[in-house]
Ligand binder design. Structure first.
Ligand code: TXA
Ligand code: MG
Length: 325
């Protein structure tokens, strides 16, 4: 893992130099690790698609360190978007705006809109500042696979395909950002994520949920096979864990299970049943289970409030990926 480097002032400066020169660098955010390139350099952005094996129809999120950088990316910032920015940036909230001509088409996959967020991570913010450009970054995983929440996840999945991996430790939120589009009078949820919908609705009122899976995705993150481990996943409802064991099975349980007999490996999301902790651990538990050579991963469902909505969204996608195979 030669290209993994602990994030400090010196390595961040080097990473910024690589980005300015058209390189691609993986870096930590509070949600998941991103794979960054200079958002205003289309050739550098093309390298992201190549490294991820990502279909070119899938647009990238642009990361900024100061709200005023929005002026270079969008024509207007609607009032309700402004309220959300004041309440939640920096943080796990991505907003979709009408794009300015300056944003290359490869970043937005030809859409007239651009997705922007300000990450709440000291390394990410320093990297954007030192680079002096907005940074386009999807999650730093091969297309369709589980997002990385640690530097070694990135190294294992993408390795030498990236110029540098900045190690900033574990991601505190552990789930990708929540994506919202403010569209005239409507506020639309495109992807549930690390900021609970309830929090957003407290600020701007009701948000329309358009985050369900769709065969021709509005946000390409809605495609069914996103966020999937290679091992098949089955969600167990009614906490019916004991009845579902077949073959070499692993268990992803929300709380410590009463009966663990028969499972080859078990990962517990939260000893106390806390949804925030469960969200933070979800992807690293799935990475661990996926590395164990299991026939199936049995996943216990979690309550669908707060961050539980995003957790179940990711688990359902993982399950339907298996159904399609
Ligand atoms: O937390 C996050 O959002 C992480 C970190 C690295 O910031 N990034 C992330 O990026 O999850 P990615 O590329 O894996 O997912 C971004 C999603 C995609 O599903 C894409 O479809 C959607 O954002 N998106 C990007 N631009 C969009 C646009 N203009 N309209 C609608 N959806 C958009
Ligand atoms: Mg992703």
């Amino acid at each position: 893992m030669a290209n993994v480097i602990k994030a400090d002032a010196e390595s961040i400066e080097r990473a910024a130099g690589l980005l300015r020169a058209g390189g691609i660098v993986a870096f930590p955010t509070e949600t998941v690790y991103g794979l960054g390139a200079d958002a205003l350099n289309p050739v550098a952005c093309a390298r992201i698609f190549e490294a991820k094996n990502r279909p070119s129809f899938d647009p990238l999120i642009v990361h900024i360190a100061r709200t005023r950088e929005l002026e270079n990316l969008t024509e207007t910032v609607p009032k309700r978007a402004r309220s959300l920015i004041e309440s939640f940036w920096p943080g796990p909230l991505t907003l979709v705006f009408e794009k300015k001509y300056t944003v290359p088409d490869i970043v937005t996959a030809g859409l007239p809109t651009v997705a922007v967020r300000m990450p709440a991570h000291i390394v990410a913010l320093a990297l954007i500042e030192r680079t002096g450009r907005p940074i386009a970054a999807p999650s730093a995983n091969p297309f369709g696979y589980i997002s990385p929440t640690r530097a070694d996840h990135v190294a294992l999945q993408l390795g030498d395909a990236v110029d540098m991996i900045l190690d900033g430790g574990d991601c505190a939120v552990g789930l990708e950002s929540t994506i919202i589009r403010i569209d005239g009078e409507r506020a639309v949820l495109l992807r549930p994520g690390g900021l609970a919908l309830e929090e957003i609705e407290k600020i701007i009122g009701e948000v329309e949920d358009a985050s369900g899976p769709s065969p021709s995705p509005k946000a390409p993150g809605q495609s069914l096979s996103h966020y999937s481990p290679r091992t098949p996943v089955r969600i167990v409802r009614n906490n019916d864990i004991a009845g579902r064991i077949s073959g070499n099975a692993g268990l992803l349980s929300f709380r410590p299970p009463p009966d663990t007999a028969g499972y080859a490996h078990i990962e517990v999301l939260s000893a106390s049943g806390d949804l925030r902790e469960a969200a933070a651990r979800l992807f690293s538990c799935l990475h661990e289970l996926d590395s164990r050579g299991l026939d199936i991963i049995i996943a216990e469902s979690v309550p669908e409030t707060g961050l539980g909505r995003a957790i179940m969204n990711r688990l359902r996608r993982a399950e339907s990926h298996y159904n399609k195979c």
